[in-house]
Design a protein around this ligand. Structure first.
Ligand code: PLP
Length: 343
């Protein structure tokens, strides 16, 4: 993970880096991420609880609350813990005005440049910026937006251009880039970048692999073969008998299933490695097990090591096969999976 932070820094140039560690650091563990990203300029989280945990762990850098405060009583906690809330809704401004924090806050005022999820409409910027500038509870004002298609051919220009056209004249620090924008659009860097997925060694793009981007996988999900079956032609394996053998087929049963966070929708043919050799899954993933094709792994047998994702099998490839993105797989790693730290 530290390697990927260094990579993010190279892409970021002189911009400061918030390491995005929401959702238990994309499934990697908050405290582990805090250590790996000790050199980050700041951290970005979703909840007050995550922020408080980081402070408890000794984090002294700025902590950005990506969706800001969810209720009026969180204002005081922001001041106490020195958190930087995003302000994206007028109710949040009301809460700050009604009960100004003991210490004025650094805030990120979020504008909606086309995502249409969170943020004030760009068209109303004069009124909103003026209002926030006058607030007793605000010390430092930064501007922010978020991209909807930074990972797609449509890119960021259609959002970045109006954002800057409307707001650049304020001369305030700004932040727009997630991993995809950081990797591809230097004009989007601004003063603070907000990489998440790339820090965990996964690519935000469908057309470029993590290794192409100089990133290293942070998580390896591994298990082993706990049974071996030999299917005769015509015989099926697993629920629904979705895979049927055309020829005699050696099948390995692997102790990993959807209750571990492996996607149930991964079809036959999803890449998986046995004894370091890439092969394919067979049939339906069940709760605690899945099956692999051992036809080309004659050396494999009971106890053979299996990599579900990691160095040999990019998590992006597994996600693509299952019709999703790596984010979902990493975040869904189940609590029952024992975690061993190697780095
Ligand atoms: C999660 C998040 C990010 C990080 O996105 P990645 O695609 O993982 O780099 C950046 N900004 C905001 C507002 C987010 O919610």
């Amino acid at each position: 993970m530290a390697h990927n932070l260094r990579a993010a820094r190279r892409y970021a140039g002189s911009a400061s880096v918030f390491a995005v560690v929401k959702a238990n650091a994309y499934g990697h563990g908050l405290s582990r991420a805090r250590r790996a990203f000790a050199a980050a300029d700041g951290f970005a989280v979703l909840t007050l609880e995550e922020a408080a945990n980081l402070r408890q762990m000794g984090v002294e850098q700025p902590i950005l609350l990506l969706e800001g405060i969810f209720s009026p009583d969180e204002v005081a906690a922001c001041a106490e813990l020195g958190l930087w809330p995003v302000l994206h809704h007028s109710a949040q401004l009301d809460w700050l005005e009604r009960a100004p924090p003991s210490r004025p806050l650094t805030v990120f005022l979020k504008f909606d440049s086309g995502m249409h999820r969170l943020g004030f409409p760009l068209a109303g910027h004069r009124e909103i910026v003026q209002r926030v500038r006058q607030m007793r509870g605000v010390a430092d004002l930064n501007l922010m937006t978020h991209f909807a298609q930074a990972d797609e051919p449509a890119g960021v220009d259609w959002q970045l251009r109006p954002f800057l056209a409307e707001l650049a004249a304020y001369g305030l620090p700004w932040s727009s880039a997630n991993s995809a924008a950081l990797l591809r659009y230097p004009e989007s860097l601004g003063d603070w970048v907000r990489p998440g997925i790339m820090l965990y060694g996964s690519s935000p793009f469908a057309d470029q692999t993590a290794s192409d981007l100089g990133l290293r996988p942070a998580m390896r999900l591994e298990s082993e073969v706990i049974a071996v079956q030999t299917l005769q032609p015509g015989e099926g394996v697993g629920y629904g008998q979705l895979f049927r053998a055309e020829r005699t087929t050696r099948v390995g049963v692997v102790a990993c299933g959807y209750a571990d966070g492996y996607p149930r929708l991964a079809p036959t043919g999803t890449p998986i490695a046995v004894c370091g050799q890439t092969t394919r899954t067979l049939g339906r993933v069940s709760m605690d097990m899945l099956c692999v094709d051992l036809s080309d792994c004659p050396q494999a047998g009971l106890g053979s090591p299996v990599e579900l994702w990691g160095e040999a099998v990019p998590v992006d490839a597994v996600a693509a096969a299952a019709g999703t993105i790596s984010y979902e797989l990493l975040c869904a790693l189940a609590a029952r999976v024992p975690v061993e730290e190697i780095d």
